[in-house]
Write a protein that binds this ligand. Sequence first.
Ligand code: SF4
Length: 334
Amino acid sequence: MRFPASLHFSITSFFIRNALKRRKRFPLVLMLEPTHRCNLLCAGCDRIRLQAEEQSADLSLRDCIDSAIESGAPVVTITGGEPLLYQDLRPLAAELLRLKRHIYLCSNGLLTESFIEEFEPHSRLTLNFHLDGMEENHDRIANKPGTFAKALESIKKAKRRGFRVSTNTSVYKNSDTRELERLFALLKGLRVDGLLVSPAFSYERVENDIFLTREEAVRRFLDMAPLFERFPFISSPLYLDFLMGKRKMRCTPWGNPTRNPLGWKSPCYLITDRYYSSFAELMEETDWDRYESGADPRCRDCMVHSGYEATVMRTAFSNPKDLARLALWNLKKS
Ligand code: SF4
């Protein structure tokens, strides 16, 4: 199976509970950024610049836990910044597991060694490594030689210790399909449990000449189509259809709300109009219709998974054919 049965059960029961309560909008994945500090300065990331400009202190452990409880999302993606720089990462992960949350712990792989050695693998914990190309290009995007080699070493170590491991690859204007094919083959050979893919998107504070327009993204992902059959992707087939221009979708940014040291970020992981002090305020005060309709010009080229994978789940739970397709896809191994 591509995803553990326990994750399926959590998501399905979560949808049913929310449907019974007649809630129109609810989060599936909390994007939790305990720190904006990072040990890299990647080309496509705005968080390190944000840290330098706004000097935000890390979230306290209590704030992190309260945010997970407040949002109620069954999945928590711990991201940043580099989460391994967060001093309370271990108690945070342990408490989230105790609260029965599924965790995706995102890392560049440079500091994961001690976590892998000290923390016990768990079926609800996945270590997610960011890899944007083969060695030369990945290290260039990360702005640090040796990053690729270290991430690979961490992946091998995590697999040996029995962790679930996935990777996330952002596709840029200059990404080469054949190179990505070699990367995915390498990761499959290392028995990585799942591959995620998304077009890199023009964050507000980052220069945009490295990002694909929506039209370019569709062409690039169509070119990559054969890879989606050959390698163990966990980007859903409905989302991949959207990336290949075969399906229209509307963003559901409330499906992946972001909590970081500055507050609850509105409207989404990528763009910021304002911060709220509580999750309830974020949900009540944000003009969701504006972003769901695509009326905001900043959304024009955006196709990122944090905006659209929640749309996939919502679509599937209202369409039995799509739900059956997702269920069969999850059972199939690549
Ligand atoms: S499409 Fe969605 S995820 Fe993308 S920038 Fe707009 S609101 Fe954010």
